[in-house]
Design a protein around this ligand. Structure first.
Ligand SMILES: [Mg+2]
Length: 357
């Protein structure tokens, strides 16, 4: 069962100053192991030494800022550490590459005790173990206000395996993994319960009906299964991106980088039944949520039509549209078979749709 407490439940507290900067990094990372195959030297020298053998090196970095990207009143620190790693690994998988190492840097105010950072690093450690990446460096600093986390991920791929955003061709099929919109609706549920909790702090919410949505928000998993699946199916996508900002803006990225248009079919967008029911409860349009919600960390890619038989019927994949000539533009084809322009913020797209009714 998912149990979210809307409060800081720190029982024992050790002030950060008791360890000092170097003591802190040692303390937080002493139980991290490395795999010598790809990491010759991890933490403990001036710099790490990595071995990528015959592979090209893929590098990506993300910055997460308290109050902008996360809210600690419902984001447990262990989950935050886990998610900070996932966000980066997702970008490595979106290049059709395998992540090998991460670095983690944090800036933290003295309102956080050592025990809070131990929680954060427990999440980072769990993610690095499950996804087989080495934590090879990082830095800690004090911050005058909230918590800031920056993770950099390094991955490897053979040059011919790397998939860019720019390779889609006219008539390629547009395909997405998993389902969309759940992470955003999980956030809406958490925000609502936070407001309820502010009014009545004794009332701990019953979040059981929303377990899937909240897990998608608080504990997203990057699609590490997908690059090996492509290899097994002998499919190489022509373009790929991960879905961090919402389907519509990611589709637009693929089109602009590949110089194509698109027809995206509303009725094909994969939605979990929990998303459909919670959208009814919140009186939100589920298509709008899938288009602009974000944080799903699924993969969006294009394949040549000739590869369709290789992915057909695979439960991981849903074909949601096809690429067109650039001059045809980028469109959402609604259930009513109307074509409306696809724009980065699905909210506006839906306004237009309503105007036409
Ligand atoms: Mg990305």
């Amino acid at each position: 069962m998912l149990h979210i407490m809307f409060e800081n439940s720190d029982q024992s507290k050790t002030d950060l100053s008791e360890l000092g900067e170097f003591g802190l990094i040692d303390h937080l990372t002493k139980s991290f192991n490395i795999t010598p195959e790809f990491t010759l030297k991890g933490i403990g020298d001036d710099a790490a030494v990595l071995d990528f053998k015959e592979e090209k090196v893929i590098v990506t970095t993300d910055l997460l800022v308290e109050g902008v990207h996360f809210d600690l009143s419902y984001m447990p620190l262990k989950h935050l550490g886990y998610k900070a790693v996932m966000v980066n690994l997702s970008d490595v998988y979106a290049m059709n590459a395998t992540p090998r190492q991460i670095t983690v840097s944090i800036a933290v105010s003295n309102r956080f005790p050592v025990e809070a950072l131990e929680e954060l690093y427990a999440g980072i450690k769990l993610a690095s173990k499950l996804y087989k990446v080495d934590v090879v460096g990082g830095d800690t600093s004090s911050s005058t206000s909230g918590l800031i986390i920056s993770v950099t991920a390094l991955g490897g791929a053979k040059e011919e395996e790397v998939v860019y955003r720019s390779g889609a061709k006219t008539n390629d099929l547009l395909v997405v993994t998993g389902d969309l919109g759940a992470a955003y609706m999980g956030l809406q549920v958490l925000e609502r319960e936070k407001q309820v909790f502010k009014v009545n702090p004794k009332n701990q919410p019953d979040l059981d009906p929303y377990t899937y949505l909240i897990e998608r928000q608080l504990k997203p998993e990057a699609r590490k299964d997908i690059p090996p699946l492509f290899k097994a199916l002998e499919v190489k996508p022509t373009s790929m991106i991960d879905i961090s900002d919402g389907l519509s803006s990611e589709v637009i990225h693929l089109c602009k980088n590949s110089k194509t248009g698109v027809n995206l079919f509303e009725e094909k967008i994969p939605l979990d039944p929990a998303v459909i029911s919670v959208c009814e409860e919140f009186q939100l349009d589920s298509t709008t949520i899938a288009l602009s919600g974000g944080e799903d960390y699924e993969l969006l890619f294009t394949i040549d039509q000739g590869d369709y038989d290789k992915i057909k019927g695979n439960p991981n994949f849903t074909v949601i549209g096809h690429m067109t000539e650039e001059a045809e533009g980028m469109h959402l084809v609604t259930r009513a078979n109307q074509k409306i322009p696809l724009i980065a913020r699905g909210w506006n797209a839906m306004d237009k749709k309503e105007d036409k009714k």
